[in-house]
Ligand binder design. Structure first.
Ligand code: EPS
Length: 390
């Protein structure tokens, strides 16, 4: 499967076209909208989320509630567009009109794509960079992930995400019985954190950051349960699924690090405390006594839950801006201030969940690829039965 996304933060709409989805998959706009609503929530979001009510329009590839095998088009409208039609319009405008609108950005925000993108693409107005580098784009990446989740669910794979850390406040390690349990408990928290005490502390930290005109980041975690053994491959670097997941997570706006399983902690422990001992039972087949490697050995899934963490840096748009330089005058200035969120980590956990879901669904299609859902389901069942007895 593959997809492209298009659209600017304050343009008319966001669009994605997804190709390679098997036919006969039951799919409705509600499946996608539920995920879009989750992404819009979370403590610490700014005023933009009160303007938008993200709803998908399915414009191709689905008929009477089932995928047809043809490319699927999702469109999500930007309600804010009506306030930006002139500023963001495709039609030429005069210099006087541009000056009157006062929305030209010439003071790049440290940590944002503004300056590098402007130099690279030759834009004197860095709005041309900002509009596309905005995390608004994650709306349609989540729409793709929502579709991936529907496909995964149909083959017995569940995905959940939660927040482990915000602004230096860490959640206690939690015991969860299943991915569904993890999902229900994180869903009940405004910061998507299953530790209730830590949730309250995180909210206070977000309030403080907002009051200070500052922003804070954090750590999110995604767990995938039910993946068959052998998604990805050891035979070539670009077929390793842990590598693809890491690339997907790293590509989310503001993400600066990825860990699989215990991740960086593996550097500090002896091998006997890192690798997971192998067991076999008639009921479950091959399993591991622990899951420190987060479901991966040799770039392939080993049947244990996939566990991925991602680090989000604080959002670079600050109401108390850092020092920058005006690209017209080269004089030092405070960076530009745009409306923004003081913390988007809870929303980012939903994005991360959907990005990981896409990579896993894609690996399922690569390994068991089929044009029809029922054939895919049969192939996975046969593989799972054989792996148990192997
Ligand atoms: C963003 C800035 C804010 C966020 C936006 C990401 O938008 P605005 O400039 O319109 O206030 O709300 O996120 C979304 C719109 C979204 O849907 O997540 C940025 O600069 O990255």
């Amino acid at each position: 499967m593959r997809f492209l996304t298009a659209g600017e933060s304050h343009g008319p709409q966001l669009t994605t076209i997804i190709e390679g989805v098997p036919a006969q998959l039951p799919l409705t706009a509600d499946d996608i909208n539920a995920e879009l609503a989750r992404r819009q929530g979370g403590y610490g979001r700014g005023r933009r989320m009160q303007i938008e009510k993200d709803q998908v329009q399915i414009l191709s590839g689905v008929r009477h509630g089932f995928t047809t095998g043809a490319p699927i088009t999702f469109v999500v409208e930007n309600k804010d567009w009506k306030n930006w039609t002139k500023i963001m319009g495709a039609e030429p405008i005069t210099e006087q009109e541009e000056q009157k609108m006062k929305r030209k950005l010439t003071r790049p925000r440290p940590g944002h794509a503004d300056l590098n993108g402007a130099i690279k693409y030759g834009h004197r107005d860095m709005r041309n960079v900002l509009e596309r580098s905005s995390a608004r784009e994650t709306t349609v990446r989540v729409a793709c992930g929502a579709l991936a989740k529907v496909l995964l669910k149909a083959v017995g794979i569940e995905v959940a995400g939660h927040v482990r850390e915000i602004g230096g406040i860490k959640a206690k390690d939690i015991d969860y019985t299943s991915v569904l349990d993890l999902r229900n408990r994180s869903e009940a928290s405004e910061v998507r954190c299953v530790d209730k005490e830590a949730s309250e502390e995180m909210k206070k930290a977000i309030d403080q950051a907002k009051q200070d005109g500052d922003s804070i980041g954090g750590v999110v975690e995604v767990v995938v349960e039910g993946a068959p053994i052998g998604l990805g491959s050891h035979v070539h670097y670009d077929r390793k699924l842990d590598g693809k997941i890491a690339a997907g997570v790293m590509s989310i706006n503001a993400f600066k690090g990825v860990e699989i399983g215990i991740g960086f902690e593996a550097a500090r422990l002896p091998g006997s405390q890192v690798h997971d001992e192998i067991e076999w039972s008639e009921d479950k087949g091959y399993t591991r006594k622990t899951n420190r490697l987060g479901g991966f050995e040799g770039g392939m899934t080993n049947g244990m839950p996939i566990v991925v963490k991602g680090v989000m840096k604080p959002i670079p748009t600050l109401y108390k801006p850092l020092q920058s330089v005006d690209i017209d005058t080269k004089e030092p200035f405070a960076a530009g201030v745009e409306r923004s969120d003081s913390c988007a980590v809870p929303a980012a956990s939903v994005v991360c969940e959907n990005v990981v879901a896409w990579e896993v669904a894609n690996a399922v299609m690569e390994t068991f690829g089929s044009d029809q859902l029922a054939v895919l389901q049969a192939a996975i069942k046969q593989h799972n039965d054989a792996a148990k007895e192997f």
